[in-house]
Design a protein around this ligand. Structure first.
Ligand SMILES: [Zn+2]
Length: 199
């Protein structure tokens, strides 16, 4: 993969499509010394919020970001001032973008203006199959879009959707976006096998 100053890349797809694995590989290839990695603070799977972790156990440290997304731009400006490097040498990675507020689009524009290379990653669709957070708007800004696919757990076809299951059954459309309590799980599924009962 080639990076140019001010370029924005988006890596998107359903769960289990290998987004975290791709991000970890991108950071390793670019060099962790010249990479700044951020992720939405909500995700506490595996090692917790302070790292990007793949499902097969690899990880790379990440700065957890809450609701104040200015933290990303400030972190990048401080890095540039501290190391006095051309901004184009810096790779910025932002993971779990679907959990971030709409200000992330403005953050992307500011990173572009600063001249750093940025990779955003996240789920493009929620469990209902609707656009998730600001992922769609962000995709319109991107120079490169990487569509990651999993294998459908039911039929094996390329999966673009994330199926949410509650007690083993497809979650209803009106169930909350973030489930509190009750056993829930997720599967990657193709559009044919994906199911969202209305009631
Ligand atoms: Zn299928």
């Amino acid at each position: 993969m080639l990076y140019f100053p001010g370029q924005i890349t988006i890596a998107k797809g359903p769960m289990f499509a290998g987004k975290s694995k791709l991000l970890i590989r991108i950071v390793r290839t670019h060099g962790s010394q010249s990479s700044l990695v951020f992720k939405a603070g909500i995700d506490t799977r595996y090692l917790g919020a302070g790292a990007i972790c793949s499902h097969d156990g690899e990880s790379t440290p990440a700065v957890p970001v809450g609701t104040n997304l200015d933290q990303i731009v400030k972190g990048v400006e401080q890095w540039i001032a501290r190391w006095r490097c051309p901004p184009g040498n810096l790779l910025v990675v932002v993971d779990e973008v679907q959990f971030m507020g709409p200000e992330i689009v403005d953050v992307a524009r500011r990173l572009m203006d600063l001249g750093v290379c940025t990779v955003f990653a996240g789920l493009d669709l929620d469990f209902r199959g609707d656009p998730f957070g600001s992922m769609y708007d962000l995709t319109q800004l991107a120079h490169t879009v990487i569509n990651l696919r999993a294998d459908c757990r039911v039929c094996g076809a390329p999966a673009t959707m994330t199926q949410r299951l509650i007690d083993g059954s497809p979650a209803r459309r009106d169930s909350p976006l973030v489930q509190v309590g009750g056993p829930e799980s997720y599967e990657a599924r193709c559009a044919n096998c994906h199911s969202v009962p209305e009631e």
